[in-house]
Design a protein around this ligand. Structure first.
Ligand code: ZN
Length: 230
């Protein structure tokens, strides 16, 4: 699961439950209108944002076939990667909840976290929720957020049956694509679990995540990708 703060995710969730409910009842309209205005202004004024010169179009995705579902702008920081930060890590997460719940919380401006990608268990469908240009708050560590792409997988760390083969394969194609585009070596030093991020307080993707299988699939997908380009 993604989080930017170093605190325990469960505590954050229960601690915020009341205020989120309050917001839905009391302030949703105001917040929604503000967010829309903000977004429209950004759409027109990108060229004025210091250090950001890349063209952005609504709905653009970085991985072919991904579905764009924008995370809340509060759960990421606009950037211009890899011009401003070198991208050299892929961080693997497991959501500890359903795909629908992950979409909802990443779109929630109070969640303080989102990943770049979210993959669905039943069919391997990929949602892209933050552009790779931007720093998504998923690793719980500022420098690792800045240097990495975060991929969430629908499932539970203590339920290996939720980590489906179709999800592994879809994720492996995505990671192979990311590694090719940023010239990231396909190995366990550069493709890491959230639990391996320095000072990580999260345990995902957990003991049932099959790293041998995953790296093998990423390498196979990388080979296929290279063949397609040749
Ligand atoms: Zn995580």
């Amino acid at each position: 699961m993604a989080d930017e703060q170093s605190g325990d995710g469960k505590q954050q969730r229960s601690g915020r439950g009341i205020s989120r409910r309050g917001l839905l009842i009391g302030g949703a309209v105001t917040v929604g209108a503000g967010a829309t205005l903000f977004h429209e202004e950004l759409g027109r004024l990108w060229w004025r944002v210091p250090g950001i010169d890349k063209q952005r179009n609504d709905g653009d995705v970085d991985h072919a076939g991904a579905q764009w579902i924008a995370a809340s702008e509060a759960n990421l920081r606009y950037a211009d990667r890899p011009a401003d930060f070198t991208v050299d890590r892929v961080v693997i997460h497991v959501t500890e909840g359903s795909y629908a719940t992950a979409v909802r919380v990443f779109r929630d401006p109070l969640h303080a976290a989102a990943a770049h990608y979210l993959i669905r268990g039943k069919d391997g469908h990929i949602a892209q929720m933050a552009r790779e240009l931007d720093v998504a708050f998923h690793a719980g560590n500022r420098s690792y957020n800045e240097r990495s792409i975060g991929i969430e997988h629908e499932g539970f760390v203590d339920k290996p049956e939720t980590l489906t083969d179709v999800m592994y394969r879809s994720s492996a194609r995505l990671t192979a694509d990311i590694c090719a585009r940023y010239e990231i070596p396909v190995d366990r030093k550069h493709i890491i679990g959230h639990n391996e991020v320095p000072d990580a307080t999260h345990t995902d993707p957990g003991p049932h995540w099959d790293w041998d299988k995953y790296i093998r699939l990423v390498r196979a997908a990388a080979k296929d990708g290279a063949k397609d380009k040749a």
